[in-house]
Design a protein around this ligand. Structure first.
Ligand SMILES: Cc1ncc(COP(=O)(O)O)c(C=O)c1O
Length: 461
């Protein structure tokens, strides 16, 4: 008999609401602060985001309805399949049952369109016709380009220089969807010009690109432009929870009552949150689940950076957010997982770490590529370099289960495919990638810039 290797949901069984962890996070969330160090209200964000998304950003409602029109667009590729990785299990000789949620089947190739569609839709409802954004690996930029093209809006993307140079096809995807993509730092904004004057050869960073995109949005005199962020913020995590909510139903169809281990890679944190938060809810309510967020050793935000207030961008245009941060002017080494090179991590994930609900882990890049190649040669999918971190942790957990003889279930988020990222694979095959753990002095230097910032109350439950 043919074994079931994948499960979809019928359209009528798709989740109709997003899950908002802000309603349940035991330690609560620290408020964002303005330049004077005082908590800001929703109005302070109005030049940057439309009010309907700001309302979601500050909401503590547990369940938020997904508008019918958004569901209609998402249903073009959702539900995404949940696969059972029989071939990988066999290769590893593990008693663990390994599942992966395949977000690579979206038109842009990753989980990012889940929030891109929602954000473009809410902006349009609010009368906005043009969005600006940044992109690291190019996945987010192409997702927003796709979303804005469906909704008839304009889009401008500031792409981190190293990825712009390494991934010309991502730029062409954005162009195919009608967006403009330029390398960051650029000479188009004050923030970009200042960075270029100080560091003419910089490979760029997400923090710099965010500064440029925010500036480009708020300086549009027509008022018809807003900025869109692909990760980190509460409303982005919210939109991604459709991943975990679908996964729960799909695991049940596989006959699983609950997963033992849930894994996702973490840049700003959105794909991890998307899969994990519905399970964090179960964990808060007593379920025994290990939830692991994985980052690169070269940009160890969750595992080694302090928790404190910092800006989301290099030019300090965003409010101060309470999060684990390596410092807003940290420029991570140019590793190949461009989407994981961010100095901070979502405030909701930071608090979930403090609350002991999420266990962070850092893995070296060669182990990640080795895992990605094993995965390609068993399951067949060539994953994004970012996703390879989740694959590596899933393999670590499956090997541990073999050593301990435990028949556990593991589910990880396959956040995107790597078909536009093969240059990284080439460097791995040529033996050009080395492992790099960020030196302690480098962390000490970079967090000095935020040492005088207000300190959040650390509340844990
Ligand atoms: C495929 C893929 N996975 C993961 C990430 C990391 O972002 P996040 O932590 O917001 O999911 C990115 C970011 O570009 C990505 O492209």
């Amino acid at each position: 008999m043919v074994k079931t290797t994948k499960v979809y949901l019928k359209d009528e069984d798709m989740p109709r609401q997003w899950y908002n962890l802000a309603a349940d996070i035991p330690g609560g969330l620290q408020p964002p602060l303005g330049p004077d160090g005082k908590p800001i209200g929703p109005d302070a964000l109005a030049p940057v985001f439309p009010m309907n998304l700001i309302e979601q950003e500050v909401s503590t409602e547990r369940w938020i309805d997904i508008p019918e029109e958004i569901l209609q667009i998402l249903s073009r590729w959702r539900s995404t399949p949940l696969h059972r990785a029989y071939a990988l299990e066999e290769r590893l000789g593990t008693p663990a049952r390994i599942y992966y949620k395949n977000e690579s089947v979206s038109p842009a190739g990753s989980h990012k369109p889940n929030t891109a569609i929602a954000q473009a839709w809410y902006n349009k409802q609010f009368g906005i016709n043009r969005l600006t954004t940044e992109t690291g690996a190019g996945q987010w930029g192409s997702a927003l380009a796709y979303a804005t093209s469906l909704l008839g809006m304009e889009c401008k993307v500031f792409m981190v220089r190293i990825s712009f140079d390494q991934k010309p096809f991502r730029k062409l995807m954005m162009q195919a969807w009608g967006a403009t993509c330029i390398p960051s730092p650029s000479t188009e904004t004050e923030a970009g010009r200042q960075i270029l004057a100080a560091h003419p050869d910089t490979s760029g960073s997400l923090g710099i690109a965010i500064s440029e995109a925010v500036e480009a949005a708020v300086s549009d005199p027509s008022g018809g432009t807003r900025y869109s962020l692909g990760s980190v913020l509460n409303h982005v995590m919210l939109h991604q929870t459709i991943i975990g909510l679908e996964t729960k139903k799909q695991l049940a169809l596989f006959g699983e009552t609950k997963p033992d281990v849930v894994i996702g890679c973490v840049g700003g944190g959105s794909n991890f949150a998307g899969l994990a938060f519905p399970f964090v809810y179960d964990k808060i309510n007593g379920s025994d689940i290990e939830i692991i967020g994985v980052e690169p050793t070269s940009c160890p935000t969750m595992t080694r950076a302090p928790y404190g207030y910092d800006h989301g961008d290099t030019a300090r245009m965003t409010p101060l957010m309470a999060m684990h941060s390596l410092g807003h002017d940290f420029i991570p080494p140019p590793i190949h997982a461009g989407g994981l090179r961010y100095h901070g991590v979502a405030p909701l994930i930071s608090q979930a770490i403090l609350d002991d609900l999420v266990a962070p882990r850092a893995i070296h890049q060669t182990e990640c590529y080795e895992a990605a190649v094993t995965f390609a040669r068993t399951e067949g999918i060539i994953v994004a370099p970012e996703t390879s971190h989740a694959v590596a942790a899933a393999i670590q957990e499956a090997n541990k289960a073999r050593e301990e003889g435990k028949e556990i279930s593991i589910v990880f988020n396959l956040s995107g495919h790597g078909l536009m990222d093969l240059v990284g694979y080439e460097k791995y095959f040529n033996g050009e990638l080395t492992d790099y753990a960020l030196p302690e002095e480098e962390i000490a230097r970079s967090i000095k810039t935020i040492s005088n910032y207000p300190k959040p109350n650390i509340v844990t439950k």
